[in-house]
Write a protein that binds this ligand. Structure first.
Ligand code: DON
Length: 311
């Protein structure tokens, strides 16, 4: 992997911002009313290096919905609480090749819900988070862990949570289908509520890059210097992100960017290059598969320009 200095990184991040801010492709997510209202022009890029240095451009302080990126922290937390092998056995680490909210994936792969990075596996992961049977306790485990990864607490976006809760009929079906197959380990409605709440947390591009930086730095937050999770879980979570971070388009993503990354319909994407950086970008307009157009272009521009292809 090519070496770069911080000045070069700073130049490339600013270049990416200037070149890509005018891209106008895509549309805000509209299946969750709150997301449709976020100003479309917002755009931020943030990079967190293993020594804690942050390099950034644009709207990196704007708080947006973390959405599916939240599946990554909860997957790490579940592995930290149970061990990676138990998560492999109870949830899995397979790509589904299908959209994030696929019910067909549950029916096709009938021994586990595939991976904690799609809705079914994420709801199962929420059901497993300890203390089982205690909604407040689970929520504290998740929010404390998120704060550790991101270096500061995330705040629930109440309007987003209400909006998601009122429209999550497909996810309700997933939770109860998991119950039908004995693949959920706490009350289905409570597990789904925890999942919906974690998706509704507000996050900034800077916080997301620190989250990526903590994973890249093998579990030690580069900014706070605190240990958040065991180092050996880094290769496990990065393998999961690399195999399904962009759902059915993960192959195209990794082919063109060379960096494992996880998307969310709030417009955020976080990428992880172990030992090198966490990189996040945010902009609300999404392509047809629910991935931010500007955020994808920015991360690809930076990794390609700096020769940071993991492979
Ligand atoms: O499950 C859902 O519908 C949302 N709360 C999260 C979706 C999401 O971000 C999918 N990923 N791109």
């Amino acid at each position: 992997m090519q070496k770069f200095d911080t000045k070069q990184l700073n130049d490339v991040v600013n270049e990416a911002y200037e070149k890509i801010k005018g891209d106008d492709g895509g549309n805000n997510a509209d299946y969750i009313p709150f997301l449709a209202k976020v100003p479309s022009k917002l755009f931020g890029i943030s990079v967190c290096l293993p020594d804690g240095e942050i390099v950034e451009a644009g709207d990196t302080d704007y708080v947006f919905g973390i959405e599916s990126v939240s599946k990554v922290p909860t997957a790490i937390l579940a592995m930290q609480q149970y061990g990676a092998d138990t998560i492999l056995q109870k949830i899995g680490a397979d790509a589904t090749g299908l959209p994030f909210n696929s019910i067909m994936a549950i029916l096709l792969e009938n021994d586990h819900p595939s991976t904690p990075l799609v809705n079914a596996g994420a709801i199962t992961a929420c059901s497993m988070v300890k203390p089982v049977g205690n909604s407040d306790g689970k929520w504290k485990s998740i929010t404390d862990f998120l704060a550790g990864l991101c270096g500061s607490p995330l705040v629930l976006q109440d309007e987003l949570y209400k909006s998601e809760s009122a429209t999550n009929f497909n996810n309700r079906s997933i939770a109860w289908l998991l119950k039908n197959y004995n693949r959920i380990y706490d009350d289905p409605d409570m597990s789904l509520d925890i999942y919906t709440r974690q998706c509704s947390m507000g996050v900034t591009a800077r916080q997301l890059s620190i989250c990526g930086g903590t994973i890249a730095n093998r579990g030690v937050n580069p900014v706070t210097k605190k240990k958040v999770f065991d180092a050996e879980l880094t290769s496990k979570i990065v393998a999961m992100i690399a195999s399904v971070g962009f759902y059915e388009h993960t192959g195209d993503w990794i082919f063109t960017s060379g960096i494992p990354a996880k998307t969310g319909v709030g417009g955020g994407i976080v990428g992880v290059l172990p030992g090198v950086m966490g990189i996040a970008a945010f902009s609300p307009k999404l392509d047809g598969s629910g991935n931010s157009v500007r955020a994808q272009n920015a991360i690809k521009y930076i990794t390609n320009k700096l020769g940071l292809n993991l492979f």
